[in-house]
Write a protein that binds this ligand. Structure first.
Ligand code: C2E
Ligand code: MG
Ligand code: MG
Length: 565
């Protein structure tokens, strides 16, 4: 028997009425006193009476040490936005889907302030297998420091708080979650205090790259997070490139450079998001980046509502542009540099699209969406015509200048492809032998015999052929021996860690030697530093392409650069 307590649960008013049963336990009593910021509770499922540690009773202002139907009391104290997550976890435990759970939630203390707690709960079965005891511990992060000691950055709880603030303000943002790969090796080799110094330097580098206005948070393990508002995903790719570089080359401890590999996941926060599922998704994206994408940024796509909506809107805007005389589309050119004398050998034409609503959208985002669409054939013709017209001036100046234009599967497999290429060459009066068509990865879906016939036809016109994106998707050595191509381009994902990845080094070494025997020239994409150039000298590489020499630029800028060269 009990009296109704103000929270709606039932407080045991007199000791003699309490069926303490399993709860009257000296071990519980002892453990409950071991820490001030950890609280304990234990619930007898048969009587539904919960015993709480005295510190919890005191801190949360609970009605007593023993409470009947405590879920109701606790439920009232949980922040309304966190109740769903909390009850879902309890249901899973009750249904036997799992026998333990860790739930982060906010809870009101007796002063009416919300504190963040991690509640670890465990269901223990009775002799007949039914749940008998429900045991939990609570870690109070409200009392814990808000800062991480190694990096002096705000910690994960502050981050969750920040995400909540963003949502309340209706802000759209991109969360970037960065993880340091194989950090345990540093701890194992040099010890934890050195490891902490490295993390301190990582934090300093991240601050430098992201700027003082972007708050960086130390998350669990060796992960760092930040949220960027009012930026496009394309900007995040660019930013991450700088982070990858900074981590690899600019982290120094006691005068020694510590090269670090990173992986990262990004997720768009927009609409009605909750901080916990956002975290789960960001972690998933980070794992994908680490395990399946060699540390390349992985953007979480399962935020289906947003992604699908954006995709639909983007597709419709792209189509409108195409119908409106390709308004918003333009070409950029990236130089191809001779490994022998660092002179410009030619350029690759790369498509860009900019619109008022979407800003600059990079081809990495829209080409995979468009390249299987029949409209891509017409766009491909526009690309070829525009690139040939714009580059003619370079060919007039330098008869050896080679213009590379990318070709997608939808173009190559189109029945009118041969005619259109021939027609555009005639129409623009572009010298055939100065054109190289790069067959992108999607073209390799084509039957080998079809691919061979198309290549042979294009070659009969005098066009040069390159295999693009080598090292991704269906790349095999057979391509080299079966297809009569002039150039093989190693994809950036292969080159980016060329200085440290010994397996990739061995492959480049073997393939470049083999290509030399077959008179196929090798181009390395993604050359970003002088060190990479120096390093690549040991292989049979004919040409380099990468930000170290120049990013893709519009023809006006290209001409300026070329004339100064
Ligand atoms: P791709 O043909 O392999 O082009 C090289 C990509 O690597 C370009 O990206 C270029 O900007 C980027 N890149 C070059 N050097 C570096 C570097 O040092 N660091 C980094 N981080 N990136 C570097 P972009 O322009 O975003 O194009 C991406 C892909 O989109 C192209 O890969 C190509 O497959 C496709 N694409 C671009 N333009 C066209 C086009 O006109 N037609 C077709 N069919 N596909 C295109
Ligand atoms: Mg290409
Ligand atoms: Mg390429």
């Amino acid at each position: 028997m009990g009296v109704l307590c103000p929270y709606g649960g039932t407080m045991m008013s007199a000791k003699k009425f309490i069926d303490k049963g399993l709860l009257d336990n000296r071990i519980f009593e002892g453990l409950a006193q071991t820490s001030e910021k950890n609280y304990m509770f234990m619930c007898d499922r048969n009587t539904n009476i919960t015993r709480w540690s005295k510190s919890a009773v005191e801190y949360f202002g609970l009605p007593g040490e023993y409470i009947k139907d405590a879920e109701m009391i606790w439920g009232d104290l949980i922040h309304p936005e966190d109740r769903k997550v909390y009850y879902k976890a309890l249901d899973e435990l009750a249904e036997g889907k799992t026998d333990n759970k860790s739930i982060d939630h906010r809870i009101k203390n007796k002063n009416g302030e919300y504190v963040v707690v991690t509640c670890k709960v465990l269901m223990m079965g009775g002799s007949a297998g039914e749940p008998e005891l429900f045991i939990g511990s609570l870690e109070n992060h409200g009392i814990a420091d808000r800062f991480d000691a190694a990096t002096n950055l705000h910690n994960v709880y502050e981050f969750l708080q920040y995400v909540r603030q963003l949502r309340s303000a209706g802000s759209t943002a991109v969360e970037l979650l960065i993880g340091i790969c194989n950090f345990s090796e540093i701890n194992d080799m040099y010890g934890y205090s050195f490891g902490d110094k490295v993390l301190g330097q990582v934090a300093a580098q991240l601050k430098k790259i992201l700027g003082e206005r972007t708050e960086i948070y130390r998350m669990d393990g060796v992960k760092f997070a930040c949220c960027l508002t009012d930026v496009a995903i394309s900007y995040i790719y660019e930013l991450y490139r700088k982070i990858e570089y900074g981590m690899k080359y600019d982290v120094f401890v006691d005068g020694t450079r510590i090269p670090l590999n990173v992986a990262a996941g990004a997720i768009l926060l927009s609409g009605d998001y909750d901080e916990y599922s956002v975290q789960g998704s960001a972690r998933y994206a980070l794992e994908k980046s680490k395990n399946e994408h060699h540390g390349q940024l992985y953007v979480f796509e399962d935020n289906m509502k947003n992604t699908t909506r954006r995709r639909l809107e983007l597709m419709s805007a792209l189509r409108k542009s195409m119908l409106n005389d390709y308004d918003g589309f333009f070409m950029c050119y990236q130089p191809l540099i001779s490994s022998e004398n660092e002179q410009v050998l030619g350029a690759e034409a790369l498509l860009r699209w900019e619109s008022r609503d979407f800003g600059m959208v990079m081809p990495g985002e829209f080409i995979p969406m468009l390249e299987n669409d029949p409209s891509f054939f017409e766009l491909g013709n526009w690309i070829l015509r525009r690139s040939l017209n714009e580059s003619k001036v370079l060919v007039d100046r330098n008869p050896d200048f080679i213009l590379h234009v990318n070709i997608a599967y939808t173009q190559l497999s189109h029945p009118l492809f041969r005619e259109s290429v021939k027609g555009i060459l005639e129409e623009t009066d572009f010298p055939v032998s100065n054109l190289c068509l790069e067959l992108t990865e999607s073209c390799r879906q084509l039957e080998r015999s079809y691919l061979l016939a198309e290549i042979n036809y294009l070659k009969s016109l005098g066009i040069k052929i390159a295999i693009d994106d080598f090292g991704t998707g269906y790349s095999s050595l057979g391509l080299l021996s079966d297809l009569p191509v002039e150039t093989l381009k190693f994809d950036r994902c292969f080159t980016k860690d060329i200085m440290t990845n010994t397996a990739n080094q061995a492959i480049i070494k073997a393939i470049s030697a083999c290509a030399q025997d077959l008179h196929v020239s090798i181009c390395l994409e993604g050359i970003e530093t002088k060190d990479m150039v120096e390093f690549a000298r040991q292989f049979f590489i004919s040409c380099y392409q990468g930000y170290y020499y120049s990013k893709p630029i519009i023809m006006g800028q290209f001409l300026d650069m070329y004339l100064k060269h």
